[in-house]
Structure formats: C-alpha cells, structure tokens
Design a protein around this ligand. Structure first.
Ligand SMILES: [Zn+2]
Length: 239
C-alpha cells in the first residue's frame, strides 16, 4: 500500500462540490475512479451506460427505445439521453454534486448540460469540473488486447497485468480463458480511434468553458485516485 498517498476522507458536510465530468478512453479505469470519487465525496456516480442497461432490464418504454438503438448499432439520440440524465439529476442525492461517467458524449449534449446547470431555480453549484484520464495509446492497446475472461465463473484476467497461474486456464476452475470480441486487436484499434474522433471536439468545447484537468491514468489506481483527489480537494478549499 502506498501509505504516503492515502488521504483522509474530508469532512464533506455542507460543502457542495458540483458536477464532475469524467472522461477517458475505454480501459482508462473510469468506472473504478468514479466509484472512488463517489465514496470520498459522498455524491452519486452517474453512468449513462448503467442507466441504459437498467432501463433495458426493467423493460420500461424508455428501455425498449434504448434497446432498439443499441441493438441496431446506432447511437441513442441526444434528446433521449438528456431526458434520462435530467430525470436522474433532479433526485435529491445530486444536490451537492455528482459524477458523470459516459456523459456528455456529443456537442449537443455538452451544450445541454451547461444550459441545464445554469438554469434558474437550481441550487447554485460550482461550475462543472472536467477530469480527463489520459493513457498512452500503446499502454491502452496492451491493457485491452490482454483481457481474458473465464466463461464458467466470469472472472477477468489480463495476460500482462493479471495473468492466470497456468497459461490460458482459469485459476479457479481450469476452464479455457476466452477473449471478448470487443477486446480483439482490430476492434480495440477501432474503439480507440472512435473515442478520439468523438472526444477531441468535446475536450475543445470544455476547454473553452474553463476547467479541464488531465490526470495520467497509466499508473496504478491508487496513484490515479490521489491525483484526482488533490484536484478536487483544492477546488473545494478554493470555493
Ligand atoms: Zn473460472
């Protein structure tokens, strides 16, 4: 444990941290960091991917619409996504702040978010803070293409960072490890390229509005968390 980096949980009572927008390529560890920020500042982590999955599982009218788009390989339209996010942000647990993971993903969604946060009637919160987890292409490629999973117990492995004891076999049940189609080299290359195409214009739009912090996401998760917490703690003290 890197003891020098562990930071005490701050007293969050009555301190509004506002909106935290988390950006990062697939494999940058966004989900893990979102959970850690949520625990530390006691604000919800809102993932549009999770919201889509939940709506589909609940088989709501919304879920059926979302499923139609996702299954046909289309993007869920902006107005549908923003309606879902708006409904979530109205809930009382978002009053002091929230983390957005996977949203906004397009320029119209970005414009909508800033308008929504500026809107009269909401309790004033500090303006959104954007944290971009950056990981070098080669490292990402290695992480993603090294992923394997066990079809029996669903445990995940990584040939580079978390290899099984016996090559190609699950430690727990000996089943032959498989690679998800999403993690195959050609698909990984395409996913990373698609991410860049989508995200570069967003980063530019965020920069024009103010605060974007780049945090190197290539180190171990505790280092990455410490870097994010330092930014967020500094902002709260300055608020
Ligand atoms: Zn297994």
């Amino acid at each position: 444990m890197p003891g020098s980096l562990s930071v005490a949980t701050p007293n969050t009572a009555g301190v509004a941290i506002g909106a935290i927008i988390l950006l990062g390529v697939p494999g940058a560890g966004k989900g893990t960091q979102a959970r850690r920020i949520a625990d530390r500042y006691r604000i919800p982590a809102i993932s549009t991917g999770d919201m889509f999955r939940e709506a589909i599982q609940a088989d709501s009218a919304l879920g059926r619409q979302v499923r139609q788009y996702l299954y046909s390989g289309e993007l869920v339209p902006d107005d549908l996504v923003t309606a879902m996010v708006a409904a979530r942000l109205e809930r009382p647990d978002c009053r002091a702040g929230f983390i957005l993971d996977g949203f906004p993903r397009t320029l119209p969604q970005t414009d909508w978010l800033y308008r929504y946060l500026d809107r009269a009637g909401r309790q004033p919160l500090p303006g959104p803070i954007v944290i971009s987890l950056s990981v070098g292409y080669n490292e990402l490629y290695r992480r993603l293409s090294g992923r394997r999973y066990c079809p029996v117990c669903h445990r995940n492995y990584n040939l580079f960072t978390q290899p099984p004891r016996q090559p190609g076999r699950c430690d727990l049940d000996g089943a032959e490890l498989l690679q998800r189609k999403d993690d195959q080299p050609d698909v990984v290359r395409e996913r990373l390229a698609a991410y860049e195409r989508q995200t570069l214009p967003l980063l530019e739009a965020f920069r024009q509005r103010g605060k974007v912090f780049e945090v190197p996401g290539g180190e171990d998760v505790d280092h990455v968390s410490a870097g994010i917490f330092a930014i967020l703690d500094g902002r709260r003290q300055g608020a």
